[in-house]
Design a binder for this molecule. Sequence first.
Ligand SMILES: NC(=O)c1ccc[n+]([C@@H]2O[C@H](COP(=O)([O-])OP(=O)(O)OC[C@H]3O[C@@H](n4cnc5c(N)ncnc54)[C@H](O)[C@@H]3O)[C@@H](O)[C@H]2O)c1
Length: 325
Amino acid sequence: MAKSVLVTGGAGFIGSHVAERFLAEGWNVTILDDLSIGREENIPDAARFVRGCITSSDAATLVKEGHFDVMCHLAAQIDVRRSVNDPVFDATRNILGTLNLMEAVRTSGHATRVVFSSTGGALYGNFDPPPSTETFPKDPEAPYGIAKLSVEHYLAYYGRVHGLDTVVLRYGNVYGPRQDPHGEAGVVAIFCNRLLDGRALTVFGNGEQTRDYVYAGDVARANFLAATSELPPRGRLDARAFNIGTSIETSVNTLAETLRRIAGATVSIDYAPARAGELARSALETGKARSVLGWTPQVALDEGLAHTFHFFADRWAQFAAGGNA
Ligand SMILES: NC(=O)c1ccc[n+]([C@@H]2O[C@H](COP(=O)([O-])OP(=O)(O)OC[C@H]3O[C@@H](n4cnc5c(N)ncnc54)[C@H](O)[C@@H]3O)[C@@H](O)[C@H]2O)c1
């Protein structure tokens, strides 16, 4: 019988790629999403869709009675600035919503593996030069990262105390088709849309700050491998955590120039004052994902940016032709 996965947040950017990946592998896919950010057109036709909020009792019932082999949990409030302005809202969705689902897994009596989407970019402290390994000291700057780290602690607890099968993926800055230009790593989507609109690209600070950009298709494959691989024993916080990135630092200047070249555009790159609290450098060491999950990124930045730009360009063309962009 085909295996089954629940993808929370599957109408969103990364979740829709995850859902597609499992469908391609022959799994039955159920998507739970409240469509607060996600879009119905992101949901693959072959997936079953349940509209609902992860904090609800209906969501808990779905998890409890669904007997899923795997739950890839991606549904979250992902806007770092919103987490700063409204940490209660952030914690309600990102901590309590997750606990609601985890308690349902715990009491279901079914061995559901939980693959949690955490962050590498907003978790590690600014102590040592990158790339960060999984055991680097954690010191999240914003409530968004604090909530992700809290959930990671809960998942380690559920593993140790209740024997639940949990695994954590800490992503770099994920980019790719269908990304909404907000949230943790929306800069690629923002730049693509500005280029298509013929507007200047705005870079905050001197543009030499670096991030680890990883393609959504590679992240989806990491979810599949985390769902199906043999994992290390459950233990403390980092035992079953894996960085998912490229280990390559790319500056915002390089990103802007590469996208401008791909777009064949001549718009200017404008500089605005640096944003407070922004990390100067970030990249993730991914040897553990390679050795345990057999995962390595396969899409190089130039190639992934070209796919992404052309996705947005097609959407603009449809919109210009009177379609729904
Ligand atoms: N984009 C990145 O670079 C990045 C980096 C690190 C971690 N992550 C994590 O990956 C996951 C997916 O992020 P994304 O970039 O695809 O964001 P996204 O906003 O596109 O996807 C999140 C989805 O969750 C849904 N959702 C939000 N709150 C919900 C709720 N209470 N109940 C049900 N559904 C809800 C939204 O409608 C959306 O479809 C998140 O957990 C995010 O924190 C993303």
